[in-house]
Design a binder for this molecule. Structure first.
Ligand SMILES: C#C[C@@H]1N[C@@H](C)[C@@H](O)[C@H]1O
Length: 440
């Protein structure tokens, strides 16, 4: 064991009300919006397939050229009330928006930089309008903040000299100032989603990240931060040098999920963040360049995350003019239609302590004791197998859409049962509610 003084300090999993709400929310919307949305992955007529928020690097654009995009950020179609309505209809309970991505452009009027919304043709505090619109429809608001800041002259990838050290001290002070500013100006904020913390400079700032977490949580009691914020004093990230999770939940699942039978993730809070295309967080004009996930693929990811004690954060990349692209509107609509019928299997649910079967995923609501089985794969057998511990018995199974009717159950061994539906004609994932009782 290593001595770790600047690791995790508040005991996990957190059971306070704020964290319980975060956990019960389960489904969130990620929003990546910044200057990168204006070119949308295309520069001087050439399409760059890499993530559009990295276009500045992909197309080797001079910082001054990139930064001048600020004068085109007039966002005539920006309509936060409509964004919030789309999110509400999709069924998300929280939203996480990029207040500042790696490019350094701030969506709020920061007193610590001129590279912000105030110096765009839009001028107004779009973040305040956003927070108000989402809060008004009952969606919790979180802020993404990139520590990595390509615009700031004091950013350093590593600390190799006294000059680096002095510069990065200024950058850390700037970072602290901006974060205190964010949690003070927008006290509604529930959590901070840190990114851009992979460079050596930050790995060498473990004590600072520890003290920053404490400072921000003192300023905003109940604040929730992701593990990506943190390094310990030995440079270990997410988990300290003894493998103890830092922050309040694990945020390493970016565009990937755990193995569906992975039991280790059940021991902690975690969140998977996911793009609709293969790898575009910011708006890209051409979605034909990669696979675009269907609503069904995304619904399966949401259910899998819930079944393994995780949250699912689905990303939207608004256009440079502030509009939401048609493909994202369609995804939101179709997921929303499914959630309207089946969200009881998601909100407030977590893992069921049952052996996973091929037809899909179990989720469990400990408040009502119900087990939900969400079916994605129709068995050729035409029956759904359930395996319970010998100590329990399957008392009832019913479709979430017809809870008064019981489906036929056949016990085929001390632990195994078949649920036999009268017909299998589902074209969409559907939910069966199980009542399982302890024989004792
Ligand atoms: C790499 C990288 C960044 N991390 C994701 C959450 C996006 O913000 C992407 O730009």
């Amino acid at each position: 064991k290593k001595d770790v003084e600047y690791g995790q300090y508040n005991g996990l999993p957190r059971q306070d009300q704020a964290m319980q709400k975060w956990r019960e929310n389960r489904f969130g919307q990620f929003i990546h919006w910044g200057l990168y949305a204006i070119p949308g992955g295309i520069w001087e007529g050439k399409t760059y397939p890499y993530a559009s928020e990295f276009l500045r690097g992909s197309a080797k654009i001079a910082t001054s050229t990139w930064d001048s995009l600020i004068y085109q950020f007039d966002i005539p179609k920006y309509n936060p009330k409509e964004w919030a309505a789309i999110a509400k209809n999709m069924g998300v309970k929280y939203v996480t928006i990029t207040t500042k991505h790696h490019e350094g452009f701030c969506l709020w009027p920061s007193e610590y930089t001129d590279f912000d919304i105030e110096n765009t043709p839009y001028k107004k505090d779009l973040l305040r309008e956003f927070v108000d619109a989402y809060t008004a429809v009952g969606i919790d608001v979180n802020f993404y903040y990139s520590v990595l800041d390509w615009h700031h002259p004091d950013w350093r990838y590593d600390i190799k000299s006294d000059e680096d050290r002095a510069a990065f001290e200024r950058l850390k002070q700037f970072t602290k100032n901006q974060l205190v500013e964010l949690v003070t100006r927008y006290p509604e904020v529930k959590g901070l989603w840190f990114d851009g913390t992979w460079d050596n400079s930050w790995k060498k700032s473990g004590q600072f990240s520890y003290e920053l977490e404490k400072l921000l949580k003192n300023k905003r009691p109940g604040l929730i931060v992701n593990s990506r914020m943190r390094a310990d004093e030995h440079g270990s990230r997410h988990f300290d040098s003894n493998g103890i999770l830092m922050g309040d939940y694990e945020s390493g699942y970016e565009r990937r999920l755990p193995n569906p039978t992975d039991k280790e993730v059940l021991t902690r809070d975690w969140e998977c963040c996911m793009t609709i295309p293969e790898n575009q967080w910011g708006y890209h004009k051409d979605w034909s360049i990669s696979h675009v996930k269907s609503p069904l693929e995304l619904i399966e990811m949401l259910v899998q995350c819930t079944s393994q004690n995780g949250n699912f954060l689905l990303n939207f990349g608004p256009m440079g003019n502030g509009d939401i692209r048609p493909e994202e509107r369609e995804v939101a609509k179709e997921i929303g239609e499914w959630m309207k019928v089946n969200s009881e299997a998601i909100y407030g649910c977590g893992p069921a302590d049952l052996e996973k079967q091929d037809w899909g995923y179990y989720t469990y609501n400990e408040k009502n004791g119900k087990v939900y089985m969400t079916v994605f794969n129709n068995p050729v057998l035409g029956k759904y197998k359930i395996r319970l511990p010998k100590s329990h018995t399957l008392k009832k199974a019913s479709l979430i859409t017809k809870q008064v009717e019981s489906l036929e159950i056949k016990q085929i061994s001390p632990t195994d049962y078949f649920i036999i539906p009268d017909k299998i004609n589902n074209k969409k994932p559907f939910v069966i509610i199980l009542e399982i009782v302890d024989r004792a």
